[in-house]
Design a protein around this ligand. Sequence first.
Ligand code: KE4
Length: 428
Amino acid sequence: MKTTRSRALFERAKKILPGGVNSPVRAFRSVGGTPRFLVKGRGPHAWDADGNRYIDLVGSWGPLILGHAPPAVVKAIAGAAARGSTFGAPTPAETELAEEIRRAVPSMQKLRLVSSGTEAVMSAVRVARGFTKRELVLKFDGGYHGHSDGFLSKGGSGLATLGIPASAGVPAAIAGLALTARYNDLASVEAYFRKHGRRIAAVVVEPVAGNMGVVVPCEGFLEGLRRLCDRWGSLLLFDEVITGFRVAYGGAQALLGVKPDLTTLGKIIGGGLPLASYGGRADIMSLVAPDGPVYQAGTLSGNPCAVAAGLALLRELRRLNPWAALEARGRRLAEGLLDAARRARVPITVNAVGSMMTAFFAPGLVTDWDSAAKSDTKRYSAFFHAMLQRGVMMAPSQFEAAFLSAAHSDAVVTQIIRAARAAMSALP
Ligand code: KE4
């Protein structure tokens, strides 16, 4: 596979961008080799600068639930841009998008639009602290909630990928405000509550984890968090930046039937443009400025182009209702990966919820960060490259999710499975 142009582009990029990228996980550091510089996407496919075509299972880390460049979204962005890309004033469409979100996620009685998932979680935690007048936040090892200071220890996604236990540059005083429990282990949460209960402002959790690879909540785990938050007067914050509109129209809270006090969304609701949201109970959100004393602001918050993209995508999702088909194809792909591994006698475990999944090169079940971390990342890297050579782009990290879109037809899923069989049997 020719990668001349990607290699040259990478060398040039590294001269000015740290690691040659604008987000660490794109740099292929954990899988090695040259990151592919992509130039075009259409439906389930992406093309790199050397003209190689890939079936894209990264999907921009989640937003592309309808695949690349869905016509309705492209048209909406072009229209918004032609009417003026930003005003720094309220616009009608921002309210329409907020109403569209609340229709799907009724627990977000009031919400605000921001520009990234990081900003959404950071702001939601500030509101939780303002509302409860408490300082501590409880999160989970292997969880990732963006790169704000309070969340950069024992995190997932890029931190796990690069093996960074905690980021430099975060003052101990701030890092110390985050307690880290074990996902799917209610006893570890109860222990923290027994010790710090009245100081914990919020429990922040990915209701289906995506940033240690996909890890599914055990029966009763989320319900247990709800019960403990109610018992101790803390708020339950579901970080649904990945799962919102991904695992169901109403996200993981609809799929799993547990209602948080606060929710963060991102990725899909921006239709591929920078847009995210935090929201929840009206009594909590009434503290957000200018209504209340919790300050949060943003020059491009509710940006007209991003709002137009998000509105177009959410309305398309409502029209197409793709989740049953995504679930069926996701299951077929998960089974296909397991079958390919079995044929090649490679021990893997696949965790999947609907169209998001991870093949862990680990012998046993993966139910938390400790078990995910036991994965053979070298073998994952070999599989990643064997798939890349066969025209399938997986996530360049064992600790991320693969995403199917509604554009990944049955025939495309068959092609992925066929490539996986060849890739598995080619593993050293
Ligand atoms: P952003 O600031 O990257 O928009 O969102 C942060 C975030 C918050 N919460 C969850 C559950 C998330 O998954 C993310 C971001 N996800 C990663 C990939 N798993 C973004 C990819 C990247 O960092 O380049």
